[in-house]
Design a protein around this ligand. Structure first.
Ligand code: ARG
Length: 458
């Protein structure tokens, strides 16, 4: 017979049940939140006269002592006690006797674990947001360091128009800044206290829920006890936010992988963030970028696991809900590590500005501007598009770049070309011309860096 629920049972549970059902091997990481929650609950029980104030004091000091033991690593976790909650409660009773048995008054593990997970998620979000800021700071530094560098902007991975490398990097700053906002906004839905819902229906004890909420830093209390013990929407949102952040990291890393190939030759990732091959001595592989790209898949998997666990659950608490933890922990650990490693990898990247500029000269990136030039001279845009198309075809057949054409050759395609058209064949001029809010003109990009630095306090 299990010690935990004693009375009702006549036989011991099968040993496989412990193996299947224990969660302490992974939920012990909730301990500090479990203890904080129990301290607040005990204090409130004492204040309300539900238990004696002396017992409340004993419980609180007992829990603090257990917290120190856990911190030191001397606390012994026992899978026979199933989960973090039961382990701590049993240790408390062993330490202070009967008072320990009064802690669980007016509470169920169902609202207890819900409160713990909300506190855990709230804390993880603050750490993730810090890492998102660190990454943005490094991206902005990278942009500033290479402010003069121009590379081909692509659509369909084909050369399209020249852009500043800084502009390209600031695009990622926008993505990670949205991620930051998404995580911050989620706090509003997380920071609601479920304690007081008990098993599912509330409790007959006169608990002071607001007092507990205040002590634990919650902004409010849950409105429906049945929802409160079975809601895991916030964890799905958390994993969804983590998935989006991983997707952004993965896109960035994919570019680093491509850019460090000999075909591109745009960058070289520092030795500290690349690895060698066990057979090919010449290799320097972008494993870090690849692993981040690969780990994106497991975070998507965490999101899918949670969505699937929840989809068929009737009200209210079902033991399936214990399966919320590992995916949430994994998503959080993975996104934190990946944000950190990419932020640290960025300063190690050597940029080959000449290779980027050389690439800008390939692929007729001046074409749009030449068409715009003719349009400014009065040629309708569609006709200008056609003329420049023919010009590009001509150059491509002859193996010429647009920048190699003389004014006379240009004029053979349109009489509207004058000497100033030749300036458009310079990449610096081309980026300067995108002088519009959100555009790649150096002036605009410098202002964007300034705004980002102000926002990030960097
Ligand atoms: N370890 C459990 C979980 O994570 C705690 C709640 C247990 N509640 C219950 N009714 N068995 O879900």
């Amino acid at each position: 017979m299990s010690e935990l629920w004693g009375g009702r049972f006549e036989r011991k549970s099968n040993e496989l049940v412990e193996k299947l059902g224990e969660s302490v091997s992974f939920d012990s990481r909730l301990a500090r939140f479990d203890i904080l929650g129990s301290i607040a609950h005990a204090r409130m029980l004492g204040e309300q006269g539900i238990i004696a104030k002396g017992d409340a004091r004993k419980i609180i000091s007992g829990l603090k002592a257990i917290d120190r033991e856990i911190d030191k690593g001397t606390f012994v976790w026992d899978t026979a006690l199933e989960d973090v909650h039961m382990n701590i409660e049993a240790a408390l009773t062993a330490r202070i006797g009967d008072a320990g048995k009064r802690l669980h008054t007016g509470r169920s593990r169902n609202d207890q674990v819900a409160a713990d997970m909300r506190m855990w998620t709230r804390y993880q979000i603050s750490v993730i947001c810090g890492r998102l800021e660190l990454l943005q700071i490094e991206l902005v530094e990278f942009a500033q360091k290479h402010i003069e560098v121009i590379l081909p902007g692509c659509t369909h991975l084909q050369h399209a128009q020249p852009v500043l490398l800084a502009h390209h990097m600031l695009a990622y700053v926008e993505m990670f800044s949205r991620d930051y906002d998404r995580f911050t906004e989620l706090n509003k839905r997380i920071n609601i206290l479920p304690l007081g819902s008990a098993a599912l229906a509330g409790t007959s004890y006169k608990l002071n829920r607001k007092m507990v909420a205040e002590e634990l830093g919650f902004d409010g209390i849950s409105a429906n006890s049945m929802d409160a013990v079975s809601d895991r929407d916030y964890l799905i949102e958390f994993c969804s936010n983590a998935s989006i952040t991983m997707m952004h990291l993965s896109r960035l890393c994919e570019e680093f992988v491509l850019w460090s190939t000999p075909e591109f030759g745009y960058i070289e990732i520092g030795d500290a963030f690349t690895t060698g091959s066990s057979i090919m001595p010449q290799k320097k592989n972008p494993d870090v970028a690849e692993l981040v790209r690969g780990k994106t898949g497991r975070v998507y998997g965490d999101l899918m696991a949670l969505l699937t666990v929840m989809k068929g659950l009737p009200m209210t608490y079902n033991r399936d809900l214990q399966e919320d933890k590992e995916p949430a922990f994994d998503a959080s650990d993975t996104v934190l590590l990946c944000l950190h490693v990419v932020a640290r990898m960025l300063p190690s990247i050597h940029v080959n500005a000449d290779a980027m500029l050389e690439a800008v000269r390939e692929g007729f990136l001046e074409a749009t501007d030449l068409a715009d030039y003719l349009t400014a001279k009065g040629t309708p845009f569609r006709d200008a598009h056609e003329i420049i198309g023919r010009l590009v075809l001509h150059c491509s057949k002859k193996g010429l770049r647009l920048s190699e054409l003389s004014l006379g050759q240009l004029q053979a395609f349109s009489e509207s070309f004058e000497a100033d058209a030749l300036a458009l064949l310079d990449p610096v001029t081309l980026v300067k011309r995108r002088d519009i809010a959100g555009g790649t003109a150096p002036k605009r990009v410098r202002a964007a860096i300034k705004r980002a630095r102000k926002r990030l306090g960097s």
